[in-house]
Design a protein around this ligand. Structure first.
Ligand SMILES: NC(=O)C1=CN([C@@H]2O[C@H](COP(=O)(O)OP(=O)(O)OC[C@H]3O[C@@H](n4cnc5c(N)ncnc54)[C@H](OP(=O)(O)O)[C@@H]3O)[C@@H](O)[C@H]2O)C=CC1
Ligand SMILES: CC(=O)N[C@@H](CCC(=O)OP(=O)(O)O)C(=O)O
Length: 319
């Protein structure tokens, strides 16, 4: 029996996350890539830029009206922050039933959009056709804190270190390999969007200090949590094992995970669980590939659920 495929288009397909999405869609049994938009690569064959894609599709430079005119069933917006609204408005006007998934921060604070971090918000989806995909650090922060929300004595403090693919392709100090060589670059040390995002969706204040490092992909978030009562490591570990029991894309591990081992993999790892002598402080370490569980893989999880197929369709799973 052949599956009735949905057409999907990507706006901002030249970028790092766009390329990962193209790879995941190429092997998807229920999605067919209808268009990929890029101004810079207009007219060029996708197969020349993305390994893992062998079709004939070419990039096209599509403005919001042209994107809406494609009439795709699903549209992914993979644009820099602040650019999504004209595309959403054009699709709202032309074909409002379109499933729109936005990878940027633009709708993460909008009540009308479903915030899709499946392991934590799956139960809140009410059939929305507008999905906001979480930020990469914000995903790691929330996965590290959620199972201990009810026993926190103070705002958690998260120290983040990302590979420079997190800074996108628009040239800046944060994706300049020369400036990053032998370096660790702190930035947005208070008030980063992901600090606000994680605080809002966890429902408690989080303090976050991001840094960018010379590696290309993968991030580490190390979180310090003060507890209202002394807890044993085993009790904390049990909470995490219970919270993520059966989750295929969140692995609870004993040791603190290493970022070098998470690149190109689709899941997040949460581990460490170093408890202080008095039992009232625990440090938790999370890693994920910012382009996968931090972006494209999470987007595919959300799209799969919204089109009614198994959440993990086309996502390579490890044992
Ligand atoms: N990189 C990451 O780790 C993560 C990224 N995100 C979010 O996903 C989104 C995409 O990120 P990423 O792939 O890294 O970004 P990139 O900078 O790599 O790509 C941005 C894309 O947008 C297009 N673009 C840029 N400016 C405009 C514009 N003014 N109008 C139309 N198109 C434009 C570019 O193509 P062209 O210039 O050819 O048109 C390019 O395809 C961002 O919002 C980012 O915050 C979320 C989680 C993780
Ligand atoms: C290293 C680096 O610059 N990382 C990006 C975060 C990744 C990202 O793209 O997040 P949003 O989707 O919320 O924009 C940053 O700090 O802005």
């Amino acid at each position: 029996m052949s599956i009735d495929k949905k057409t999907i288009g990507i706006v901002g397909a030249r970028g790092h996350t766009g390329a990962e999405l193209i790879r995941l869609i190429a092997t998807h049994p229920a999605l067919e890539l209808g268009f990929v938009s890029s101004r810079e690569l207009d007219g060029q064959r996708v197969a020349e830029h993305v390994d893992g894609y062998a079709g004939e599709l070419r990039y096209a430079n599509l403005d919001p009206a042209a994107v809406a005119a494609q009439g795709a069933d699903v549209v992914v917006l993979a644009l820099p922050n602040g650019k999504a609204a004209p595309y959403v408005e054009a699709i709202d006007a032309a074909k409002p039933e379109t499933l729109i998934l936005d990878l940027s921060a633009d709708y993460r604070f909008n009540e009308r959009w479903y915030y899709g971090l499946p392991e934590l918000t799956r139960g809140k989806w009410r059939g929305e056709r507008r999905i906001s995909n979480p930020g990469c650090y914000a995903t790691a922060i929330q996965l590290s804190i959620a199972p201990l929300k009810d026993v926190l004595a103070a705002p958690p403090v998260s120290f983040g270190v990302s590979g420079y693919s997190g800074a996108g392709t628009t040239p800046s100090d944060k994706n300049n390999p020369e400036k990053l060589r032998d370096n660790l670059m702190p930035y947005s040390l208070t008030g980063h969007t992901h600090e606000q995002e994680a605080s809002r969706h966890l429902g408690l204040p989080v303090e976050f200090m991001p840094h960018v490092a010379p590696h290309f992909r993968g991030l580490t978030v190390t979180t310090n949590l003060y507890l209202v009562r002394p807890m044993k490591r085993e009790e904390i570990l049990q909470r995490f094992r219970h919270a993520y029991d059966g989750e295929k894309l969140v692995k609870v591990v004993d040791e603190a995970p290493w970022v070098s081992q998470i690149a190109h993999r689709h899941h997040a790892e949460v581990g460490g669980f170093a408890v202080s002598v008095d039992g009232k402080r625990v440090v938790i370490v999370a890693t994920l590939d910012n382009l996968l569980k931090g972006a494209a893989t999470q987007a595919i999880q959300n799209i799969n659920r919204a089109i009614g197929v198994d959440e993990y369709t086309s996502i390579p799973l490890e044992g």
